[in-house]
Each structure stands twice: as structure tokens, then as C-alpha cells.
Design a protein around this ligand. Structure first.
Ligand code: AMP
Length: 417
């Protein structure tokens, strides 16, 4: 990576304000999955070992949409992290009011700020309201952007060095992820962010071939840019999940009541043509598990590429699993984003787990396997094969944007090496 990291700066006696992704699932005050907290430990420990003072900040949940709840306070994470590290963490209940807590810090101390999204200017999201004139909307948006700068400046004032280790929000230009870099002299990457970018960057820009990408999940419309960008990079593109039916329709097949986006059928047709032009092996399901309803107790049948009326495709079929597994096993680089079917229901999980097993063999054979966040991560965890993968991304949205070929604002804003 061409961005400076924590290793490139002297941390002794310095205040490091670090953006982490502690957006962990919490229910009734209990953290249900601490992967993201553990993911930030290498950077956290390094700053402390080097004699720095560490100020941590993150968002949690969606307080902008769902309001502030007892399950979105960073106090829960501060207590949890304190226990993990075996030390006290000073919690500050408003991220914009930390002056005195920061002033009192000694080398090796940790302060954790309250959820940055409790301030709406962190995201500065702005949608035009019904009946609002264009001019009023523009003025409101500009005012919010100004407030965002004020918050970013405040957060910057706590540190000598900004460190971004929050890959999960690196695709957002928020006060705490990107705008802050304008007001602090040094901005570097943490080790988790560095690792994510190295894996994804190498896979996309410099893959050892054959390079196979597997895309699944519900909607084509979420992955338009990913399909189009990956087609210019991969040797084989595999499509499964709900999004496959829009492609099958584009080829003239019937889709019954499967998930299908009629407004994307032309796009799907264009992508199939583009793949042919580029010499990319473009794989679609050759058979499917069709169900008579979207439910765990549905009646099912294996059908070919045409889904009968009144039935919906909820998983790829056995021939497709074999076809996809073969293609995956030949890969030296594989990137996977999105399940092959409704893997949450037992009757429709074989495609996802079958592909998962094939992906797990790539690393053992000397290749690189990358799981691109979101539902594919839960599928891999459920399958018990997580330790057989080269890299499991902590950021679904961010890794998708990376695979789209986009620059991530939270990375771009860091100092170059
Ligand atoms: P995404 O968030 O786009 O990656 O989609 C993940 C979701 O897609 C999971 O909850 C799956 O259950 C769902 N999904 C996968 N295959 C299908 C399918 N054939 N029909 C409907 N939903 C599906």
C-alpha cells in the first residue's frame, strides 16, 4: 500500500486519535460478535507499546435512522475492550466534549469517545424534504457540511496523529473517517485497514491467475458496478443467488416467481455480451432448487435453467455446485461476495456451503481466497471453514466499493508514503 501506516511514524508521547470500526451487534447490552473489536487489537496494542496516548472513536448502529438507544452506546464497547486489554479505559459521553479527558492523559492511556453518529454532522446526510425548494435544500446541505467541518476539527484537536483502522467505513467521507485529515498534521493507516487494502488491492489489480470471482446475494442492482468492473479483471465470473435469475431471464429463460429485476434485464444482457467480448468465462446456474413458497417448509424440486410458473429459485442445484466448485478449485485467486441461495434456510443452503468448501481448498493449494464481507462472511463462519480462507473482510460495503474500482475516501485522505 502506498499510504503511511502506524509503523511509519514516531508514536512516543504522541496523542493518536484512531477511527476504529466498533460497529458490533449488541442486544440488551451484550456484544454478540466481537470480531471487529479483535480486528483492531494489533493497532491498539502497537500504539500503547510504542508509548503513545490512544483516543478511540467509532460509530455503532444507525442512530440517525433509529434514534439513540441503550444498545448503541460505545460505553458497552469501552467496558468490553477494557476487560480484553486488562486495563481501564476512560469513557467520554460526548465525542465533541473530550478536551479535559484528553488533557489528563498519560502515555499508554486510552480514552474512548461516545458514538460519533450521535452527532448528525458526522455523516452530514442530507435528503431534500417534500416541498423544500432546491435553494433551501442547497443551503441546508451547505450548512450541514460546515457543521461537519467543525466536528472534524474538534476531533482532530484531540490528537497529534490520526489513524484510520476502520475499513468498514472507509467508503464514507464522514467527519471521523476522512474530513478529520484536513485538520491534523499526520494521517496514517492502521494495520487492519492496511491488510484489507493489501488483500483486496492485490486481488483486483495484481491477481495471480486464474482469477475467479463469485457474486451472489439478493439483487443485481446492488452489484451492477461490481459485475462490470470485475469483468475487466477476472478469468471467470460466477453468478449465483437471487441475482442469477435476472441473468437467466436475459438469456430467455423463464424465472417463475424467483427474485428478478425486470429493469436490469437489459443490463444483464449487456454484461453477458461484454463477458464474451472480453473472453471471460461467465457462469450461470445450470440447475436450481425451486420452491413453491419462500419458507423453510416449502416443497422443493430440482429444475434446469427454466423455473416453472408458481415456483421460485432459492438455491443453485447439484450440477451447478459441481460446475462452480470445479471452476473455483482451478483458481489461484478467488474473491467471493454474496451467498448462492437462501442459506439461512436449511433446504436452500447447499449451494452456498458447497461453494464455500471449494473456496476453502484454494488456500490449501497455494492460492489466495478472499471473502468480501456481509452475508458471505456469516456463511463462512456458519460452515466452520473460516480458518481455511486467506482473508475475511470486515467491511461488506467498503469491499464492494473497492471491487467496483472506486477509491475509498477514508483511504485516499491518508498521507502517502
Ligand atoms: P445481499 O445482501 O445482496 O448479499 O443478499 C444476501 C441475501 O440474499 C441473503 O439473505 C440470502 O437469503 C438472499 N438470497 C440468496 N439467494 C436468493 C434467492 N435465490 N432468492 C432470494 N433471496 C436470495
Amino acid at each position: 500500500m502506498n499510504k503511511k501506516t502506524l509503523r511509519d511514524v514516531d508514536l512516543k508521547g504522541k496523542k493518536v486519535i484512531m477511527r476504529v470500526d466498533f460497529n458490533v451487534p449488541v442486544k440488551e447490552g451484550v456484544i454478540k460478535d466481537d470480531t471487529r473489536i479483535r480486528g483492531a487489537l494489533p493497532s491498539i496494542k502497537y500504539v500503547l507499546e510504542q508509548g503513545g496516548k490512544l483516543i478511540l472513536m467509532s460509530h455503532m448502529g444507525r442512530p440517525d435512522e433509529k434514534g439513540i438507544t441503550p444498545d448503541t452506546t460505545m460505553k458497552i464497547v469501552a467496558d468490553y475492550l477494557g476487560k480484553l486489554l486488562g486495563r481501564d479505559i476512560v469513557f467520554v459521553p460526548d465525542c465533541a466534549e473530550a478536551d479535559s479527558a484528553v488533557a489528563a492523559m498519560k502515555d499508554g492511556d486510552i480514552v474512548m469517545l461516545e458514538n460519533t453518529r450521535y452527532h448528525k454532522e458526522e455523516q452530514a446526510k442530507c435528503k431534500q424534504k417534500d416541498g423544500e425548494s432546491d435553494e433551501d435544500f442547497k443551503a441546508r446541505k451547505a450548512a450541514l457540511k460546515e457543521q461537519q467541518k467543525v466536528l472534524a476539527k474538534k476531533l482532530a484537536s484531540y490528537g497529534d496523529i490520526f489513524c484510520n483502522d476502520a475499513f468498514g467505513t472507509a467508503h464514507r467521507a464522514h467527519a471521523s473517517t476522512a474530513v478529520i485529515t484536513k485538520y491534523i498534521p499526520v494521517s496514517v493507516s492502521g494495520f487492519l485497514l492496511e491488510k484489507e487494502i493489501e488483500y483486496l488491492g492485490n486481488a483486483v489489480e495484481n491477481p495471480v491467475r486464474p482469477f475467479v470471482a463469485i457474486l451472489g446475494g439478493a439483487k443485481v442492482s446492488d452489484k451492477l458496478a461490481v459485475v462490470s468492473n470485475l469483468l475487466t479483471k477476472v478469468n471467470t465470473l460466477i453468478i449465483g443467488g437471487g441475482m442469477a435469475y435476472t441473468f437467466l431471464k436475459a438469456q430467455g429463460h423463464t424465472v417463475g416467481s424467483s427474485l428478478c429485476e425486470d429493469d436490469q434485464v437489459q443490463y444483464a444482457r449487456d454484461m453477458i455480451a461484454k463477458a464474451k467480448e472480453l473472453g471471460v468465462n461467465f457462469l450461470l446456474p445450470v440447475d436450481n432448487v425451486a420452491a413453491d413458497k419462500f419458507a423453510p417448509d416449502a416443497n422443493t424440486q430440482i429444475v434446469g435453467q427454466d423455473i416453472p410458473d408458481g415456483w421460485m429459485g432459492l438455491d443453485i442445484g447439484p450440477k451447478t455446485i459441481a460446475l462452480y466448485a470445479d471452476a473455483v478449485k482451478s483458481a489461484k485467486t478467488v474473491v467471493w461476495n454474496g451467498p448462492m441461495g437462501c442459506f439461512e434456510m436449511e433446504k436452500f443452503n447447499k449451494g452456498t456451503f458447497g461453494v464455500c468448501e471449494a473456496v476453502a481448498q484454494v488456500k490449501a493449494a497455494g492460492g489466495v481466497s478472499i471473502i468480501g464481507g456481509g452475508d458471505s462472511v456469516s456463511a463462512v463462519n456458519k460452515s466452520g471453514l473460516a480458518d481455511k480462507m486467506s482473508h475475511i473482510s470486515t467491511g461488506g460495503g467498503a469491499s464492494l466499493e473497492y471491487l467496483e474500482g472506486k477509491q475509498l475516501p477514508g483511504v485516499v485522505a491518508l498521507n502517502d508514503k
